[in-house]
Design a protein around this ligand. Structure first.
Ligand SMILES: C[S@@+](CC[C@H](N)C(=O)[O-])C[C@H]1O[C@@H](n2cnc3c(N)ncnc32)[C@H](O)[C@@H]1O
Length: 415
């Protein structure tokens, strides 16, 4: 009698087909009725498979006479990645066979899937360990080599294709949180967990004593300095990690975002953490007001976050980047006009491309009344400082401790 495959593996195969067949990101999971634990496991499996895609395809190639249909290929990829990362052979292989049997376009391949995955179970793990570190996609690799050199990009790739740790920002005492969760307190104040499992099952999630935020992503809000009692505009705010930081630091926060749907995520996050901010759905380019401080975490290629989002290179090939660079410039220009005299603005993008970071600040050279301030926050390293006065963070920084997201940030003062 056929056994039902695990709902998480089944949903992971569907997610892979969504990303690799339709170019839709993993975050687009609308309409999937899954228990929270299965949903988290499906996302984790799909993410790990995408991270291991190049290696899985290399291992599978000698076993395939011709390339099978995408769904079949994705079942094989999922099985290969699981088997090569310690998954129990019997459970993985039989689940993959049952998932194939349940689909019209894959049922005919279940014998082949069974045979191939049994071979992978036998010699895949040893072969996997010898495969080369995967490369970033060409459209991204070429400009990165031009900016950071081939050895720099190789160092980034060595980190990008490893599972990242989980970083948390504490609402209160970060040292106490690190101790309570058995994590490490990083020099910049984030708490790092190497093996976290399901996030919503961690102590303190329900009480909202912390939120998930990469250590690099936690820095822009800190660069605004002491914001207690100040009016602060979080100009591109959703899903709200930085809004939460600003609110927790006692600022009077206006959280603005173009997407009303994404703004709902901030509302949920504020509700969970018991923090407060004014939510505004609208286009930052026409927003009006005067603020003591502004955080502009501008929309960008997100190329600094590929280790957490290995689906991104499949959702776009860099074709939107020139439009994003233009939008970032326009947002920065408008934001500077919303600052009170002497007010401070932090510009940030989670991109590895200088066109989305350093170049915007260099272009301000001839803008009267704008000063680039030296970024100051606990734990900053001198090697992170860039020539034009910002901070350049790369995935290969703190590599031994698990790296960090790629980010650029700079502090500006008006008047
Ligand atoms: C990098 S994300 C912001 C992440 C957020 N700061 C955080 O820490 O959670 C960029 C955001 O900019 C928003 N956005 C894009 N264009 C915008 C515009 N013209 N006005 C306001 N928000 C915009 C997007 O909806 C997206 O939520």
């Amino acid at each position: 009698m056929p056994v039902s495959p695990s709902p998480a593996r089944q949903a992971a195969v569907d997610l892979l087909t969504q990303v690799l067949g339709e170019g839709r990101p993993l975050s687009d999971m609308a309409g999937r009725a899954l228990a929270p634990a299965d949903r988290a496991a499906a996302l984790r499996l799909a993410t790990e498979t995408l991270r291991g895609l190049e290696r899985a395809d290399r291992l599978l190639k000698p076993h395939l006479r011709k390339r099978p249909a995408l769904r079949v290929m994705n079942i094989l990829r999922l099985g290969t990645v699981e088997l090569c990362s310690g998954g129990a052979a019997h459970g993985v292989v039989s689940d993959c066979v049952e998932i194939a049997a349940a689909g019209k376009r894959s049922a005919g391949a279940k014998g082949m899937i069974n045979a191939v995955l049994r071979k992978i179970a036998a010699d895949g793990p040893a072969a996997w360990a010898k495969l080369r570190v995967p490369r970033l996609p060409r459209w991204l690799r070429d400009p990165l080599v031009a900016a950071w050199g081939a050895p720099g990009v190789a160092a980034m790739e060595a980190v990008q294709f490893r599972a990242p740790p989980l970083d948390l920002t504490a609402k209160g005492d970060a040292a106490a949180l690190a101790e309570a969760l058995g994590g490490t307190l990083l020099p910049t104040g984030s708490v790092r967990l190497q093996e976290a499992g399901q996030v919503s099952a961690l102590p303190g999630y329900v009480d909202g004593t912390w939120w998930v935020q990469d250590a690099a992503a936690a820095l822009p809000a800190k660069l605004l300095g002491d914001v207690a009692g100040k009016s602060v505009l979080d100009m591109c705010a959703a899903p709200g990690g930085k809004t939460l930081q600003l609110a927790a630091a006692g600022a009077d926060v206006t959280a603005l975002d173009l997407s009303a749907t994404r703004l709902e995520r901030i509302r949920e996050n504020l509700g969970r953490t018991g923090l407060q901010a004014r939510l505004v759905a609208g286009d930052a380019l026409v927003h009006e007001g005067r603020y003591d401080a502004i955080l502009l975490d501008a929309p960008c290629s997100a190329t600094g976050t590929l280790r957490r989002h290995p689906d991104l290179p499949h959702a776009h090939q860099g074709e939107r980047i020139s439009g994003l660079i233009e939008l970032q410039g326009a947002l920065l220009d408008h934001a500077l006009g919303l600052l009170k005299p002497g007010g401070r603005l932090v510009f940030a993008t989670c991109s590895l491309l200088p066109d989305e970071g350093e170049c915007h600040i260099e272009a301000l050279d001839d803008r009267p009344g704008v000063t680039v301030l030296r970024p100051e926050a606990p734990g900053l390293e001198e090697g992170w400082r860039s020539e034009e006065g910002g901070l350049r963070l790369r995935p290969d920084f703190w590599a031994d401790a698990g790296g960090m997201d790629g980010f650029y940030m700079a502090v500006l003062q008006a008047g």
